[in-house]
Design a binder for this molecule. Structure first.
Ligand SMILES: Cc1cc2nc3c(=O)[nH]c(=O)nc-3n(C[C@H](O)[C@H](O)[C@H](O)COP(=O)(O)OP(=O)(O)OC[C@H]3O[C@@H](n4cnc5c(N)ncnc54)[C@H](O)[C@@H]3O)c2cc1C
Length: 395
């Protein structure tokens, strides 16, 4: 049974940042994922558009590290507070940074058991094609997007209501798009929205990638329970089934798509929100709308909540965020399990405020904070803050 200082479940943006943060703090780190490489939703659900940066700030040292790496590969562009890249470059950049930080990575390894003693996790078991493997560590980070490590460890889970659960989407790319102009496309879309085949997707969402005749489309949408594998399988079929009717609509009503062809379809249903894990402190709606930063901040929040509602795009609680709300330390410390932290889209947040923490910039920021806290064995905030500052987090 291999022994680490810190084990991280999930190699999406938050797990990646947790691994880098922990390694920078001197920990021996293992990062594992059920997929064949790092990347998580950003790579496998085809969302290589990293948003959530406030006023161009990368929000975390890991965000900057990733942006610099992509820049050195000639594979990114800043556009309206978004970092645009492509999924292959993103996967390569993450892989290379993990290796530079001596993180041990294990892919094709699905978490399936957790051994606990009293209120501490002792080891995790992962299923691989070679059989079960077990690993022990002092601290663990759940960056699984679905909170599976916390669930198996018996943590308290917050399940969003169907209204709060956000739509699922299969992203797809099209080529041969001639002269895409965002405002014109949005206007034509809303002029003909009555004919759009997906009724709950009431506004155009999509943008050109680095190669300008290629557009990433965020237009399929269904609602349902992502934690139910059978329902998720049905949803994937429904989502991919929407693509051809959407293309017919685009070719008919929006001239720049007249000759567009589909070149890539995400192999998984993109899930925005499955569940949150109860922490020692919840990031509440009041925190979000309070211009004061809450005590013990570890990462800044994004600046919008309430999109991707299950009935139309904007939810009744959809809102711009003013001020500078932040995630409190307690929201990443799992209640009742003394050596477990969360990162990314599962941290303890009021479900209505999930969008304040689920975008790329915030996943990287909460990930890095969780990794540092894990490396320091979940210290008092004052000690964590010194290392957050040393690693230039929250900038
Ligand atoms: C359709 C869609 C469009 C989006 N568009 C944008 C956008 O434009 N801009 C933006 O900033 N954000 C966007 N997002 C949000 C953003 O991509 C995600 O919220 C973010 O990447 C989540 O990161 P994460 O690390 O928390 O989780 P994930 O990236 O989901 O990573 C979780 C990882 O855990 C692994 N895992 C899960 N269970 C297990 C297990 N049992 N064993 C081992 N590994 C496991 C998974 O394989 C995965 O790699 C979008 C999301 C979706 C779904």
């Amino acid at each position: 049974m291999a022994q680490y200082d810190c084990i991280i479940c999930g190699a999406g943006l938050s797990g990646f940042a947790a691994a880098i943060g922990a390694a920078e703090s001197g920990a021996k780190v293992m990062l594992f994922d059920r997929m064949p490489s790092a990347g998580g939703s950003a790579v496998y659900a085809l969302t290589p558009v990293l948003s959530g940066w406030n006023n161009g700030s990368t929000g975390s040292a890991c965000g900057k590290l990733l942006a610099d790496k992509l820049d050195s590969m000639g594979a990114f562009e800043w556009r309206q507070n978004k970092l645009i890249t492509d999924e292959d470059s993103l996967q390569k950049a993450m892989t290379s940074l993990l290796s530079e930080h001596n993180v041990t990575t294990l892919y094709n390894a699905t978490l399936c058991s957790v051994e606990k003693q009293k209120n501490r996790i002792v080891s995790v078991g992962v299923m691989t094609s070679g059989g079960m493997l077990n690993f022990t560590a002092d601290t663990f980070v759940d960056a699984s997007g679905d909170g599976v490590l916390s669930l198996l460890a018996g943590a308290e889970i917050i399940t969003p209501s169907p209204e709060e659960s956000m739509t699922k989407t299969v992203m797809f790319k099209v080529r041969n798009v001639k002269g895409f102009e965002r405002e014109t496309v949005k206007k034509l879309f809303s002029d003909h929205v009555e004919d759009f085949p997906v009724k709950i997707q009431s506004q155009f969402m999509g943008l050109p990638l680095l190669d300008k005749d290629e557009v990433l489309l965020n237009l399929t949408a269904v609602s349902g329970n992502a934690a139910d594998p059978q329902e998720l399988s049905v949803m994937y079929d429904q989502l991919t089934g929407q693509i051809e009717p959407i293309m017919e609509f685009l070719r008919k009503y929006i001239p720049c798509f007249a000759d567009a062809v589909v070149t890539k379809v995400s192999p998984i249903a993109g899930i925005r929100y499955t569940r949150s894990v109860k922490g020692e402190r919840t990031l509440t709606m009041e925190d979000i709308h309070n211009p004061q930063t809450p005590p013990e901040p570890v990462a800044f929040c994004g600046n919008y909540i309430g999109g991707h509602y299950i009935k139309q795009f904007s939810s009744p609680w959809g809102n711009e965020i003013t001020g500078k709300p932040a995630v409190p330390y307690g929201a990443i410390k799992v209640k009742g399990i003394s050596n477990l932290l969360t990162a990314g889209r599962i941290i303890d947040v009021d479900p209505k405020a999930i969008s304040a923490v689920r975008l790329a910039a915030q996943c990287l920021a909460t990930g890095q904070a969780a990794g540092i806290a894990a490396a320091l064995k979940i210290p008092e905030y004052s000690e964590l803050k010194k290392e957050l500052d040393r690693q230039k987090c929250m900038q």
